[in-house]
Design a protein around this ligand. Sequence first.
Ligand SMILES: [Zn+2]
Length: 361
Amino acid sequence: MADENQQTPQAQLERLAQTFAQETEQVSSASGVASLADAEKRLAALKDLRVKFVGKKSELASLKKMIGRIPAESRSAFGQSVQQSEALFVRTLDDAEQSLNAYIQSARSARESLDVTLPGRRPRQGHLHPITLMRQRIEDIFVSLGYAVEDDREIETDFYNFDALNIPEGHPARDPQDTFYTTDGFALRSQTSTVQIHAMQRRGAPVRMIAPGRVFRRDTPDPTHNPMFYQVEGLCVDRGITMAHLKGTLAEFVHRLFGPETRTRFRPSYFPFTEPSAEVDYSCFSCGGPGCRICKWSGWIELGGSGMVHPNVLRAANIDPEEFTGFAFGLGIDRTCARIYQLDDIRLLFENDVRFLEQFR
Ligand SMILES: [Zn+2]
């Protein structure tokens, strides 16, 4: 039989009081606390001790239950001893908890207080993204040529995305494989030409504007494609506007962007919203003609598409094509950016890796 069972309840209570004193000594005194972490550790240990010594399943609780079975002559004395011990345990634990909490509180507020004499930490200065820098250069050139900068919504109705741009139902550009449709009749714009329609409807003719912004197409990302990219489209509508104005404007644009020696070249092309239409190239800014890696040894770099605004597009914006004519053009901002900075992969522009972006201050 275990020793414990042969003890009288009185002896058991005395032994319990001794054990309590020993075990609480390590955690109860806040004076020996070494750190905030130490105090928090002691506080947790204190919780365990409370369960062990005054909990419902503690030895003290079972001693309390014994009171009734003690012989009548010593019952009242034993009952008092149990009560005194319990009061002592609870008080000791409460005091310890209080002083540990006080320590923790003052340690925390000391840690959070501010030393105003310390030198401040200078935040790292950011800078604009290369696409933003490129967009601003393009905007500056056209603003100085008398163009307004317009922006508009990125989710469009079929009317603005297609119908008004003379892209009829059944045209491959309307294919869900190329366009991000949202709910019925809405799609993420696949070109910023949509802004031209809004602007013409709002201002009427004459109008001279550029629309830089994001467009969306269902392309699989690869070194030269991204499903979201930046375009800038330009529009000039007035009386007597001809293809010569278009050529002169884009020639002036590349002179200002790449230097006065830059030449332009127009190749016949087809777009639903312009007639006639042309692809525009400019002479390579790096080699100037003989050919190099940047121009893929052709001497020319593609700028974008252009043409005379189709009469149907003017009509969709309530402008009389008998009175007004206009030209329009579009180019990729990120693509131009990638060319200028000689990036092999256009996706680098969208990954937002600071180590990469820091090169373009
Ligand atoms: Zn070249």
